[in-house]
Design a protein. Sequence first.
Length: 399
Amino acid sequence: MATSTFDQRPGIDEEGILDWARSRVEPLRQRAAEAERLRELPPATLDEAQQRGFFRRLMPVELGGGADDLATVAEATRTLATGCVSSAWTLSFLTLHNWFIARGSAELQAAVFGDRGEARIPCPLAPTGTARPVDDGFVVNGRWEWATGVQHADWVMVHAVVELDDVIETRFVIVPIDEAIVEDVWHTSGMRGTGSNAVRLEERFVPTERTITSADFRSTDPPGAAASAYPMLTYPVTPVLCLVAAAPALGGAEAAVESFRERQASRILPYSLGDRQVEQPAAQIRLAEALATVRSARLVWRDAIDRLVEAVDAGTVDDVVLRGGFRLAAAQTVRLSIRTVETVLEGAGASVHFDDSPLQRIARDLLTLRGHVVFDWDRTAQLAGKLELGLEPGPADML
C-alpha cells in the first residue's frame, strides 16, 4: 500500500507537530471570528493543516503517516485550542478519522486514500441508519448527526444497523461525499466553526470493501494492524476519541485564564475612584482559583492518557473498569474546564460578552462542546460507578 507518492508528500517531518501547533495559535485566534461566521474552518486554516500533514499524524509510516503517539496529537490539539476551540476540534476529528480508515483493511485504505494518502472524512458515530445486504455490498439508508467538518469532506463515514434476520450487526460504511445529502442544520450558539451538519443517504450502494464491521473497528486487533507495527493501530477507539475530544475544552479553558490575567492587569473597576482590579484581593483569589481548577483538569487528562498508554503496553486495555475510568476522566476534564471559565467570567465584567471578546466565544464553545454524548456527566458517571461496583456494562454503553 505504501508508495513513493505518500513518502514524499511535503510537511510530514519538516518540523515537530507541537512546534507547528504553537506557531498556529495566534493565526487561529485571529481567525476565530471568521470560523464562526463561515461555520467551518477558514480556508487558510485548512490549507495550513493540509500542508503540514496534520491529518496524517495518526497514520502509520507505511501509509505515509506521521506515526505520532497519542500524547503528541492530544497535546497539539490542546495547544491549537488556545487559539480557537472549534477549529482545534475540527482539525483533530479529521485527523482521528484518517486513523479510523488506517485501522481498516488494505482494500478499504486503497479505496478511500487512493493516490493522496489521506482523506477528509466526517464520521457521525451513532448507528442511526440501515444497511441492507445485496450482492457485493450493502444498500444504505439513514440520517446521521453530527458530521464535523463535512464542508471540507471528500468522503463520509457513517454507522448503520445491518438488516439481518438472526443476528444483530452494525457496520461502518464509507461513501463519496457527493453521494450524500448534507443538511445545513448547524446553527448553534457555540462550536459554530465545526460545521457539524447532518448527512443523509438514500438507497446508496456501498461495496463491501468500503465497509468495516463495528467489531473490527472497535477491536484492539483491527485489520489494519496486520500490515503495520504502528502501536496506535491497536489502541481502543472510544478512549482515544474521548481523550482527544476533551483537549479543545482544556485548551479553551487555559486560554480563558490567560485572557483573564491580561484583562486584570489593565482593568479599572466601574463605579470606583480609579481602583485597579489587579490590586483587589478578591480578583487575585479568583485568578488563583481558576489556575488551580484548570491545572487539575490538565492533570486528570494527562493521567488518563498515560494510563491508557500503560494499559495498551501491559495488555490490560480491555478491562471494562479501566475503560469506564477513561470515559470518566474525559468528562471530568470538560467539567473542570467549564468550571474554570465560569470562575473567570464571574470576575471579568460585563464587557467580556461583546462579540470582539474571546472569552464569550470560549464560554459558548465549551458549553456546546459539553453536549457531546461522551461528556454527558450523568451518563458517564453512572457508567463508571456501575463498572467500579462490578456490574456489567449494557450493550449500548460506549467503552
